[in-house]
Design a protein around this ligand. Structure first.
Ligand code: ADE
Ligand code: ZN
Length: 323
């Protein structure tokens, strides 16, 4: 049943979407060793800090525009094969620059892959430039300035990922002001590794349209009410949350409770091969855990499209595909 449902993904880190097989092929291309973070066909890590090491190690092996074109095309074609009509990818110029690529070559490479996947499947995609929180406020501000310069027509949003337990949200407020003033869609990771206070800080200092994860807001009923009242959309990634041990199993995951409280929740895969996930699997897990039928799942997709960082004609076309 879920395979026929039209899907949309709002929260996927492109560097985190590289499969171990693709990363091993890149390692052969650049004569590099991945044994520190890949064993066989699996990433190896046991907590968020080690996950970041594996993530950075994989990213370091994408060094030319065509590497990123291949990565984006592979991810998007796989996502379209699960009946996704739309995907937003988080793109991290800091990771590209660390691998020796300019930001513009990085975005051009990704855009080539996006165009190829659109030609082969019809999937629509936009890019959200992210700053990495544990790289510090200066770097995040530089990423915001880059995004605000509108470096590519497919860049429509700005966000912040990385280690949520580093620094205070207020330290990054200026970066978000720059991006908001440029008319970009705003999202921020909060309420994943840190508790409800991080979500409250994000709402107060960043005024995001969307929050990446946000699930730990569920620990504070007043905050849940505020999120519902303000219409802020949560990009929820249950598979990621289970893999990172935020919750022991789906019966404890707050997605359905948040939804019943009137919060606008969506489903995404975050860093799919790291978490044994994919957009299709997220929808299937939600259907299995909470008995959602095709209409429930399509309503979730509709929320995603309503919250997508796209121009209105594209949004209308996408909503039209949901029937
Ligand atoms: N970067 C990539 N995946 C992430 C996650 N789940 N949380 C924070 N930063 C990330
Ligand atoms: Zn994320």
């Amino acid at each position: 049943m879920t395979s026929a449902v039209k899907k949309a993904e709002l929260h996927c880190h492109i560097e985190g979407a590289a499969s171990p097989a693709l990363v091993k092929a890149q390692a052969r291309k650049y004569n590099a060793d991945v044994s520190g973070f890949i064993a066989g066909d699996r990433y190896v890590w046991s907590d968020f800090t080690e996950f970041l090491v594996a993530y950075d190690g994989a990213a370091s092996l994408f060094r030319e525009p065509e590497d990123y074109a291949l990565l984006a095309q592979t991810y998007l074609e796989g996502t379209a094969a699960e009946n996704a009509i739309y995907a937003e990818i988080f793109v991290s110029p800091d990771h590209a620059v660390a691998a020796g690529l300019s930001a513009s070559a990085y975005l051009d490479g990704l855009a080539q892959g996006i165009a190829a996947a659109k030609a082969s499947t019809g999937i629509e995609c936009r890019m959200i430039i992210v700053g990495v929180r544990h790289f510090g406020a200066e770097k995040v501000e530089a990423a915001a300035l880059l995004a605000a310069s509108r470096p590519h027509p497919l860049v429509t949003g700005f966000g912040m990922a990385g280690e949520e337990r580093v620094g205070k949200v207020a330290d990054f407020a200026r970066a978000f002001d720059i991006a908001r003033d440029a008319g970009l869609g705003i999202t921020i990771h909060a309420g994943e590794l840190a508790g409800p206070e991080s979500v409250r800080d994000a709402l107060d200092h960043v005024r995001p349209a969307r929050i990446g994860h946000g699930v730990r807001a569920s620990e504070d009923a007043g905050l849940v009410q505020r999120i519902a009242d303000e219409g802020v959309v949560l990009e929820v990634c249950p598979g990621s949350n289970l893999a990172l041990k935020l919750y022991p199993d789906m019966s404890r995951h707050p997605f359905d409770r948040l939804r019943r409280s009137g919060v606008r929740v969506t489903l995404s895969s975050d860093d799919p091969p790291h978490f044994g996930s994919s957009i299709g699997r997220e929808y299937q897990m939600a259907a299995d855990a909470w008995g959602y039928d095709a209409a429930d799942l399509t309503a979730i997709t509709r929320t995603s499209i309503e919250a997508a960082f796209v121009d209105e004609p594209t949004r209308t076309l996408l909503l039209g595909q949901l029937g």
